[in-house]
Design a binder for this molecule. Structure first.
Ligand SMILES: N[C@@H](CCC(=O)N[C@@H](CS)C(=O)NCC(=O)O)C(=O)O
Length: 230
């Protein structure tokens, strides 16, 4: 019998930890999180490096000491032990669609938004010592294009991959909300379908209860949703 998962090393304010946190809340399950002192560099030294040699969070640790990193791999593991509700799909077509949209949102929205924020805003100089504003702008344009595609997709579908809320929606949600400080991207009436989806998504307890400190909501950049109007 395989060892049980014991705890997750993470940091609330980071998107990849949040992906796992949202996933667990959607499953109605709980695995304790141990906060890593990222500012103090805990993830870049032993014993953490023995858990993940890349020095990244999150990591899922098991009772036998086995450690799994990569947030999507962790979510896939969680899906296999907690199958309901299915967040990676059920039928072959649905699973494939979810994979496709999750990867699109990660590569075409999440990564460009992060790059845009890191390269365009002076407050991020501490983490991005060499900023290339032209690259930041190119990434903003790339994310904007992808959001237009998502908007059209959501014109015909309740969720990105079809009728089921999935890991692809989680990916897009935390891409738009997830990082502290400015993202430079606002969900406005320009994308009515995305806005309809977004207004519904941010009311989910999993999304609401994992807001990072200083997120786009907190800094007032995203104002479209009235939190008192639930
Ligand atoms: N592909 C990895 C990425 C993990 C990752 O980059 N985590 C960031 C936080 S969101 C991190 O640990 N950064 C630490 C650093 O760069 O020093 C995953 O999905 O788990």
């Amino acid at each position: 019998m395989e060892a049980k998962p014991m705890k997750i090393y993470g940091f609330n304010n980071t998107s990849q930890s949040r992906r796992v946190g949202i996933f667990l809340i959607e499953k109605g399950e709980d695995i304790p999180f141990q906060q890593i002192d990222m500012a103090g560099g805990e993830h870049r030294r032993e014993p953490y490096l023995s858990k993940n040699p890349f020095g990244r969070i999150p990591v899922l640790e098991f009772e036998d000491g086995f450690c799994l990193s990569e947030s999507i791999a962790i979510c896939r593991y969680l899906e296999s032990i907690f199958p309901e509700p299915a967040l990676f799909g059920v039928t072959p077509r649905e699973r494939t669609m979810i994979d496709m949209w999750q990867r699109r949102m990660e590569l075409e929205v999440f990564v460009p938004i992060v790059m845009h924020a890191r390269h365009s805003f002076s407050e991020n100089r501490a983490i991005q010592t060499t900023q290339i504003p032209e690259w930041g702008e190119a990434c903003r344009q790339r994310a904007t294009f992808a959001l237009g595609v998502a908007d059209r997709r959501l014109g015909d579908n309740e969720f990105l991959a079809g009728t089921r809320f999935s890991i692809a929606d989680i990916e897009l949600a935390f891409s738009l909300l997830g990082m502290p400080g400015r993202t430079g991207i606002k969900v406005t009436d320009e994308w009515p379908n995305l806005k309809r989806w977004f207004d519904a998504i941010v009311r989910r307890p999993s999304i609401r209860n994992t807001q990072p400190i200083g997120s786009a909501y907190e800094t007032g950049l995203i104002q479209e949703v009235n939190w008192t109007d639930r």
